[in-house]
Design a binder for this molecule. Sequence first.
Ligand code: CA
Length: 235
Amino acid sequence: MTMEETRETQNQKETARLLIIEDEIPIADLLQYGLSREGFQVVCAHTAGAAISLAGSFLPQVILLDWMLPDMDGLELCRILSAEYNAPLIMLTARSDMEDKLKGLEAGADDYITKPFDMREVAMRIRAVLRRFEKAGQNGGWTEGASFSVSESEHLVMQKGRLVELTPKEFDLLTYLLKHPRQVHSRRILLEQVWGYDFAGDTRTVDIHIQRLRKKLSLDGHLLTVFGLGYKYVP
Ligand code: CA
């Protein structure tokens, strides 16, 4: 992370107003507690109706939205909120197939988290979406990779006209490498940059994700092992 990005993250950590819309009270409470501790200014709504009226006064900067709500389909609420507010929106859902993900993205969601979730990951995804949103004016379009294209704002990877399903970490690793081409990255650096400084896993995690990226995106000749040092992406 550059100094600028670190500062940006800290800044967002202090100020971002987060609206959580979740009808299951224990989950809503857990999110409110965890994300307040992460520094977000959090308000919770338990129904779509409450969310719509709260949003008008709270003016959320980022929205975390459950898919299944008692009084309105989450997709419908997603459309309403994304039309009304200039804030990135993350869908929170127990569903995990691609079709539902695409529906959410079509409805205006910027990212998608499936339950059960890890609180730290939720916080990181919110910050990531805020960063992407801020930069969207500059690089909101598709970035061309070796044989694939990536849309950071939509969190999608396409290859030969097909969507490639990547896990969030695979996606983050790929975009990090894309942004730093032709540089050698040690496993330790990649762990810090992609997984974060306090990630408890070891560097084997990086190897596994690199292998999966190579396999999913046929990156032979592009995602290189630099013996004894780490990895390098060559467009
Ligand atoms: Ca629900």
